[in-house]
Ligand binder design. Structure first.
Ligand code: E4P
Length: 221
């Protein structure tokens, strides 16, 4: 499963990219709006330079024709940019035309198996089921990822399942076990994936033992 960061913050992206495990980035209008002082296009181009993998940039137009025009423009910003369209009739219409042009589309705001089927028929490259927002209304978001992955498998569909709206490391584990192709998570969750108290105390003890036995070497930086 590819690991994506769900942010438009360049510092967060650079830090996680330096670990060598960052496969891509997703942004949305809310995340981009948090980065005050940045022009949308410039910010996306900057992110695309840091991360060679897919970087999703979301259209903000509302009707099909405007979404198509905007999507075609966004697709020219960088080689690795992926155009994000909402799971609405207008979004599906734009997606199907963009896909025919060879443009990769991430269809976002997916909350059901049938919506995922429609996105696949429209030629989506990624489908983004929103796990956390379903949990928020007392539905099982992780189960939706599992059902979409199963349906795509049964139907021989190549659209990639990108688990989104991730709130906890447990969501990441469940997405991986469900067979998601990618999972996008906030910076805080990405950091939580690496930390374990036993890793921290284990390393502290190894280094303390080493310093005791090798006092001269221990002073070297
Ligand atoms: C996905 O691409 C979205 O940007 C994101 O995952 C939404 O997450 P939220 O529900 O935490 O806002």
């Amino acid at each position: 499963m590819q690991l994506f960061l769900d942010t438009a913050n360049l510092e967060e992206i650079s830090e996680i990219a330096s670990w060598g495990v960052l496969d891509g980035v997703t942004t949305n209008p809310s995340l981009v709006s948090k980065e005050s002082g940045w022009d949308f296009k410039k910010l996306v181009k900057e992110i695309c330079k840091i991360v060679p993998g897919p970087v999703s940039a979301e259209c903000v137009s509302e009707d099909a024709e405007a979404l198509l025009k905007e999507g075609r423009d966004i697709a020219t910003w960088a080689e690795n940019v992926v155009v994000k369209c909402p799971l609405t009739p207008a979004g599906l219409s734009a997606c199907s035309k963009l896909a025919k042009d060879g443009i990769k589309v991430n269809v976002t705001l997916c909350f059901s198996v049938n919506q995922a089927l429609l996105a696949a028929r429209a030629g989506a490259y990624f489908i983004s089921p929103f796990v956390g927002r379903l949990d928020d209304i007392n539905q099982d978001g992780a189960a939706l990822v599992e059902q979409i992955a199963e349906m795509y498998h049964v139907q021989g569909i190549e659209t990639q399942v990108l688990a989104a709206s991730i709130r906890t490391p447990m969501h990441v584990e469940k997405a991986a076990l469900a067979g998601a192709d990618a999972c996008t998570m906030p910076y805080k969750v990405f950091k939580q994936l690496v930390s374990h108290p036993l890793t921290e105390t284990g390393l502290k003890n190894f280094l303390a033992d080493w310093k005791k036995a090798h006092p001269a070497v221990a002073t070297q930086k």
